[in-house]
Ligand binder design. Structure first.
Ligand code: F6R
Length: 240
């Protein structure tokens, strides 16, 4: 695992954004695995700036998002479909047919997991962007998830729902389930880029980097990957 420590969130965002920019310039038809949440927003802003400056195009880029809450309409302000639209997709020239996000609004959710997994199996993700939950989750693979899981319907840990309550009016409104890529899908990416910011992530970053490889800390699975890079700001690196 390669660790890059930067000063603050702004530097974290530009460093991650630049790595993705370099990949798109090298390989205009690349496939990106994307994350949502507060951490990647600055990196997406950076990519939008580089697109507007004419440095990169998303015309041939394919994307696969990690996860989606169950039961929220895609138009809901907190759905990850909407997040991607608002933070990246509507600002760049990515083709609608090239962007993939699990569909978890309603209906047969197991069938949706299987359909998404079939798409992932047929794809090769060149770079998977990840955040990390304060409990060590990646995607919505919560502690205890076996490393050989592929796309599945997951129950969100209480800690995750509490952490994400900040995006909703109350804890009751935070969904209890989600569709997520499994750890096996994540590890199949050619390269992984995990980003973390703030003192609240210091504990899980230290466990991921220096602790044992264990299902109790899903992000520790990254120790098994041959090309995983972690970018942390000084606060998130406090316990390394
Ligand atoms: C989001 C995702 C989650 C987040 C994690 C950190 O698609 O898969 O694993 O990356 O919960 O979220 P933030 O960045 O909001 O702290």
């Amino acid at each position: 695992m390669k660790i890059i420590t930067v000063k603050n969130y702004q530097e974290l965002s530009s460093t991650a954004g630049q790595l993705i920019t370099d990949l798109i310039r090298r390989q205009p038809h690349c496939t990106l695995g994307l994350a949502t949440g507060s951490t990647p927003q600055g990196a997406y802003d950076y990519l939008v700036e580089r697109y507007r400056a004419g440095d990169i195009s998303f015309r041939e880029v394919q994307t696969f998002n990690l996860d989606e809450y169950c039961g929220l309409p895609r138009s809901h302000p907190q759905s990850y479909f909407r997040f991607m639209h608002d933070n990246l997709f509507r600002h760049v020239d990515i083709q609608p047919e090239n962007r993939h996000i699990p569909c978890a609004e309603n209906g047969d959710l197991q069938a949706q997991c299987d359909a998404y997994n079939a798409l992932l199996r047929a794809a090769t993700v060149d770079l998977q962007l990840l955040g990390i939950g304060s409990n060590g989750h990646i995607g919505f693979c919560e502690p205890g998830t076996p490393f050989d899981r592929e796309t599945f319907l997951t129950r969100l840990a209480d800690k995750t729902r509490q952490d994400n309550q900040r995006f909703f009016d109350s804890l009751d409104e935070v969904p209890t389930t989600a569709i997520t890529m499994g750890i096996k899908n994540i590890l199949q990416a050619k390269s992984i880029l995990l980003i973390a910011s703030g003192r609240g992530k210091a504990e899980c970053i230290s466990q991921m980097v220096n602790g044992p490889v264990t299902e109790a800390v899903p992000a520790s699975a990254l120790q098994l990957h041959p090309d995983a890079t972690v970018i942390v700001d000084e606060a998130a690196a406090a316990l390394l």
